[in-house]
Ligand binder design. Structure first.
Ligand code: ADP
Ligand code: MG
Length: 345
């Protein structure tokens, strides 16, 4: 063997994307403002606005398991994860395209269920479904959604704008979706062992909902506009807080310091993950994925605008040292923030 080939695991998902990015300068069209590397691409639109474009693909067996993921919810979620990426640029979604690949096990009714979820999401987020593609797959279901949105040029927010001393904030609470996933996986194992049993989900309503019916925080984007607040940097939390903090740190060339005792976690999430799965709630917050909340940074002088917001939590601040990515633990000791988010490879 002369040349040696590289397994994808060696460079990981982000390494692979960076490799692809290097080959495309995006200098061929002058309306391409920002290409690969943020939550959505930015295109010139008119004098005052940019167009935003984001795409995401969900695969059966990798991103969802149909034994516990209802088809309607799946359609809804496929839209939500793209809407969330548009929101992460401080934008509002307007249209989507949806492409699906179906294996022979799916019926017309099943496809209608998926599209009922898609329709609900379109209604909730005021989006038009304008096209897509339909094809067959050998195994399982694939849904790929592309969202198109709009943002005022003055208000577009990238991952790269954080400055030293900015305050780091998150919306909502974190770790719930991951905890819900663990509960659903556990129920699946129990059900397989004894198909007579009914899933016991009564005490898990919040975490299961966080997993099966996530929402994108377009509500917060509208509130930012009302408050006349433009974050300095923003990203949506799809791979876990730790991974997203590292993206902000890397793209903004700044350090980040966050405090364990400030991390927002719902009581049900904390109890279930700790008592039943013996995972520390902080680990679930840092490394659990798919909460679709927003992580953003603001200037100190804007703090008053959000300080009484019930759904926004300041968790730390930005520093001028790129290497500094720290979590201050309750005990007062310090831990390094490391990404252990979803790596499918
Ligand atoms: P997110 O988690 O916000 O959806 P990703 O981590 O999936 O973001 O993608 C990061 C960036 O890399 C985005 O700009 C995305 O468009 C780009 N990207 C991901 N995969 C590819 C690919 N196969 N080819 C080109 N660009 C890609
Ligand atoms: Mg994103």
């Amino acid at each position: 063997m002369g040349t040696s080939l590289t397994p994808i695991q060696q460079i990981g998902e982000f390494g692979l994307i960076e490799k692809i990015q290097k080959h495309f300068s995006n200098k061929l069209q002058k309306n391409t403002i920002l290409g690969i590397g943020d939550d959505a691409a930015i295109l010139e639109r008119d004098e005052h606005n940019f167009t935003l474009i984001s795409t995401d693909m969900l695969l059966e067996g990798i991103h969802f398991d149909l034994t516990y993921y209802p088809l309607k919810h799946l359609g809804y979620k496929a839209v939500v994860c793209n809407v969330s990426d548009i929101a992460a640029m401080n934008g509002i979604p307007e249209q989507i395209t949806v492409s699906i690949a179906l294996s022979s096990k799916f019926t017309v009714e099943a496809v209608e269920e998926i599209y009922e979820g898609i329709r609900l999401a379109c209604e909730n987020y005021k989006i038009d479904l304008i096209g897509g593609d339909t094809t067959t797959s050998r195994t399982g279901l694939v849904i790929s959604v592309t969202a198109i949105g709009k943002v005022s040029k003055q208000k577009v927010v990238k991952r790269s704008g954080a400055k030293p001393n900015d305050i780091i904030c998150v919306t909502g609470d974190l770790g719930g979706s991951y905890t819900g996933l663990l509960v659903l996986q556990r129920e699946k194992v129990t059900f397989k062992a004894n198909p007579e049993t009914q899933p016991q989900l009564d005490n898990y309503d919040y975490v299961v909902k966080r997993h099966l019916k996530p929402e994108a925080r377009t509500d917060v984007i509208h509130e930012f506009a009302d408050l006349d607040l433009v974050p300095t940097a923003m990203i949506d939390i799809s791979d876990g807080l730790a991974s997203e903090l590292l993206h902000i740190s890397k793209n903004s060339k700044c350090g980040v310091i966050i405090f364990e005792d400030k991390l927002p976690i719902d009581p049900q999430t904390a109890t279930v993950i700790n008592d039943e799965f013996h995972i520390s709630p902080t680990t679930a917050v840092l490394n659990g994925g798919e909460d679709y909340e927003l992580l953003f940074t603001i200037r100190q002088q804007d703090y008053d605008k959000i300080k009484n917001h019930p759904d926004v939590t300041p968790i730390g601040y930005v520093t001028d040292s790129l290497q500094e990515r720290k979590l201050i633990l309750r005990a007062g000791t310090t831990a390094e923030i490391k990404a252990q988010g979803w790596t499918h490879f």
